[in-house]
Design a protein around this ligand. Structure first.
Ligand SMILES: Cc1ncc(COP(=O)(O)O)c(C=O)c1O
Length: 339
């Protein structure tokens, strides 16, 4: 009988699969993707992405089901979001078939490395501008590289399901307003210093960005307020990433009879939820993580009992049941791969 690998115990994203898929774009066309051992690239020092940030990426997962079948979660949505990021960054937009096939082929070639749940195979499609040209600040790269990197992972947050501590940043936005919904490195660079400073000062897990009181998202997750059969989360606009997990949780919640409100809300309104409500972070990496407390203007606000709340756990379970095939995939969200 074949053995199922353990989830890596090291930090999320530091262990990689055996092989990855790569394709070049030149002269206005994509080449033939190839799959082979993961190895370093060699770039000219003038490469466009190194100077002008011409890069976007995706983050999705393949899960090992209770029936041992490996399934990719919401492949189509992630492909669409990557295409949208590429469009905004004026990078060549990968064809749906090409990118989907590269992702499926990469997972298929690495199925033996997919750990059992709560572990999974994190998949990182990446697109970069490769033209060697330091004069192209205002021009798109004439060449590009697309690759799909697999990484077996365990839990994103150390300690598994535990209440998270979040600092609310009420001045700085997470990214520039027009770029928030694009998955590009500069957005993460912008949040980094603020998050590191808050971690060092307050020992928090994440920063929730709420410029001028407008609650957006954290450095790598969307944000939801929950209570019995009710959810409040920011309505989609270009200031934050349109999470696939957010969409999945809202879809499940609606079908489970929740009232879902998608609209702007303020830090003051958020604090009002603390007594009888819950707060949670949603994302492919974090799944649905419960917030135990928040630091707002130096004051600690505890949500509910300070533990991960029952609504968060109920919705998290509904989602992970689909990931691992223990609940019916009524939405056609999963793509099974051959192993
Ligand atoms: C900034 C940011 N917001 C939200 C999310 C959640 O998105 P998703 O649920 O598609 O993983 C992510 C995850 O990658 C993220 O980096």
């Amino acid at each position: 009988m074949k053995s199922i690998p353990e989830a890596p115990s090291g930090p999320f994203g530091t262990v990689f699969g055996d092989s990855f898929s790569v394709v070049e774009w030149a002269n206005g066309a994509w080449g033939e993707p190839r799959i082979g051992p993961i190895e370093p690239f060699s770039f000219h020092p003038a490469t466009h992405v190194l100077h002008y940030g011409s890069a976007c990426f995706e983050g999705l997962k393949a899960h090992r089901g209770i029936d041992d079948v490996v399934r990719i979660f919401r492949l189509e949505r992630h492909v669409e979001r990557m295409q949208q990021s590429a469009r905004v960054l004026r990078l060549p937009v990968p064809d749906t078939d090409l990118l989907s096939k590269m992702i499926v082929d990469t997972v298929t070639d690495n199925t033996h490395l997919v750990p059992a749940s709560p572990g999974s195979l994190y998949i990182r499609p990446t697109l970069i501008g490769t033209e060697p040209n330091i004069g192209a600040a205002a021009a798109p790269s004439k060449t590009a590289l697309l690759y799909v990197l697999p990484s077996p992972v365990g839990d994103y947050f150390k300690g598994g399901i535990r209440p998270l501590k979040v600092k609310v940043e009420t001045e700085q936005p997470r990214s520039t307003p027009a770029f928030g919904s694009v998955k590009t490195g500069a957005n993460y660079a912008m949040a980094l210093g603020i998050t590191l400073d808050a971690k060092a000062e307050l020992g928090i897990d994440q920063v929730l960005f709420a410029p001028d009181g407008d609650v957006q998202e954290t450095g790598a997750s969307n944000f939801l307020l929950l209570r019995d059969k009710e959810i409040l989360t920011k309505g989609l606009n270009s200031s934050f990433l349109h999470g696939v997990t957010r969409d999945s949780i809202l879809t499940l919640a609606r079908d489970m009879g929740y009232q879902v409100h998608e609209r702007d809300f303020t830090v003051d309104e958020m604090i009002e939820w603390a007594d009888d409500g819950e707060a949670a972070l949603s994302g492919t990496a974090a799944v649905l993580g419960g917030v135990g407390s928040m630091i707002v203007d130096g004051e600690e606000i505890v949500f509910g009992s300070g533990d991960v709340g029952p609504t968060t756990l109920e919705l998290r379970q509904a989602l992970t049941d689909i990931h691992v095939g223990s609940a019916e995939d009524r939405y056609g969200w999963t793509t099974a791969v051959e192993s």
